[in-house]
Write a protein that binds this ligand. Structure first.
Ligand SMILES: CC(C)(COP(=O)(O)OP(=O)(O)OC[C@H]1O[C@@H](n2cnc3c(N)ncnc32)[C@H](O)[C@@H]1OP(=O)(O)O)[C@@H](O)C(=O)NCCC(=O)NCCSC(=O)C1=CCCCC1=O
Length: 376
């Protein structure tokens, strides 16, 4: 009689498996790690195979990552990468407001500001975190549960796929808050959305919608998340029913303006947010990935990641050094301004006043920094 696959496994698989993990699968506070059963395309459970869900858990601070959380993410990606029984990684965050808004600005302002040596050590962890995502042996799906901004956009773009709920905004924050988007964005954006759009995003720091992210090619799929009267509707603050304006310019995915935007905002407040379609589509993508040869999958990932990885590897060490020294002046000022400001006084410095001071040759003194920071 022909032996079953199970019999063959019993006979051939090592009785004792070597553990290649550097760490136990217990991750730090702020980073959750969970193996959920993988599903076949028909929705049935594939016994003994899982998807690793890595979840940022810092919702009060928009799932920004602290130093400890960068460590947790490195360990989590390492664990998922090494797990024989993991099909794909789902990289997401708690809640429906934010996937991640980057580095923790409170920690930046209160610990790293003015302390470049410490920030250089932090940037070792940050770089290793991005490299851990790009080096994961399993496909990584970024499940965008809410806004993906700054370093959040960078770690999200390091993933292989992005599936987003359509209320999520995307974008960079660096030059407005005293940093440069060189934690991956300047490497990934040009290859993902083209140099011109990358320039717009990486310098102007204007958030853009999930619909636009999908059109630009930074998301492979988006789903509605807002339910009004029990029915899903597209993000009502965004133009989704018109492709071109009267002059033939693409308007699909742009934010509405004026009263139309305000009406959209009110509708969001009235409705309820339901991420079930997001979960469905993420699971469906993971199921498609399951129905492939695992080694051929890993090799394909390795090859297809090269445009991102090569750019990242070429720049990450220089970026680390520059970011560390930048903590002495612009980052020190910008992150303190965000952290010490509020909605009333604002969270950004008077950029023109700074430029006027520098135009006269003024040095970066503690007094200049204090004067530039809006006082709550
Ligand atoms: C535009 C925002 C993302 C969202 O704005 P809004 O919707 O108006 O919400 P807020 O009121 O601003 O925020 C709500 C509360 O969350 C706190 N919050 C938000 N983001 C962070 C963060 N990154 N760290 C800590 N806390 C955060 C915010 O303070 C509010 O709490 P409060 O108690 O004060 O009410 C806007 O929030 C925003 O711009 N956030 C900061 C984005 C940012 O600058 N991120 C860091 C970018 S730099 C970076 O990530 C880097 C990575 C590695 C390389 C170097 C580098 O710079």
């Amino acid at each position: 009689m022909k032996a079953s696959t199970n019999d063959i496994v019993q006979e051939t698989a090592p009785k004792q498996l070597n553990d290649h993990n550097l760490v136990p699968e217990q991750i730090v506070p702020g980073v959750l790690y969970e193996k959920r059963p993988a599903k076949r395309l028909d929705g049935s459970i594939a016994e003994g195979v899982y998807n690793a869900w890595i979840t940022l858990d810092n919702p009060k601070q928009f799932n920004s990552y602290t130093t400890d959380m960068t460590k947790g993410l490195i360990l989590a990606f390492r664990a998922a990468s090494n797990s024989r029984d993991v099909n794909a990684v789902i990289f997401t965050a708690v809640g429906d407001k934010a996937f991640c808004t980057g580095g923790n600005t409170k920690e930046y302002a209160e610990y790293y500001a003015g302390n470049p040596q410490e920030y250089r050590q932090y940037m070792r962890l940050f770089n290793d975190m991005v490299s851990a995502i790009l080096g994961c042996d399993k496909p990584v799906i970024c499940r965008v549960n809410g806004m993906r901004i700054g370093g959040g956009q960078e770690i999200g773009m390091a993933a292989d796929f992005t599936v987003a709920q359509d209320l999520a905004n995307f974008g960079q924050a660096g030059p407005k808050h005293g940093s440069a988007a060189i934690g991956g964005a300047t490497d990934f954006l040009p290859v993902m959305i083209g140099c011109e759009q990358a320039m717009v995003s990486g310098t102007l720091c204007e958030p853009f919608s999930a619909h636009k992210a999908n059109r630009l090619g930074i998301c492979c799929e988006i789903v509605p998340a807002l339910k009004v009267d029990g029915k899903f509707i597209p993000n009502p603050t965004v133009v989704t029913d018109t492709y071109l304006d009267e002059f033939g310019r693409v308007v699909h995915g742009e934010f509405k303006t004026g009263d139309a935007f305000k009406t959209g905002k009110d509708l969001i407040k009235q409705g309820e947010i339901d991420l079930s379609l997001l979960d469905e589509r993420v699971e469906a993508l993971a199921s498609k990935l399951l129905e492939t040869f695992p080694e051929c999958m890993t090799k394909s990932l390795e090859e297809l990641r090269k445009p991102k990885l090569n750019a990242w590897n070429a720049n990450k060490e220089n970026s680390r050094a520059w970011l560390a020294l930048n903590m002495m002046n612009e980052a020190r000022t910008g992150f303190r301004a965000f952290n010490e400001g509020n909605r009333e006084v604002g969270r950004e410095i008077d950029f023109v006043a700074l430029r006027q001071a520098l135009a006269q040759g003024a040095p970066w003194t503690p007094e200049l920094i204090e004067d530039l920071i809006p006082k709550a």
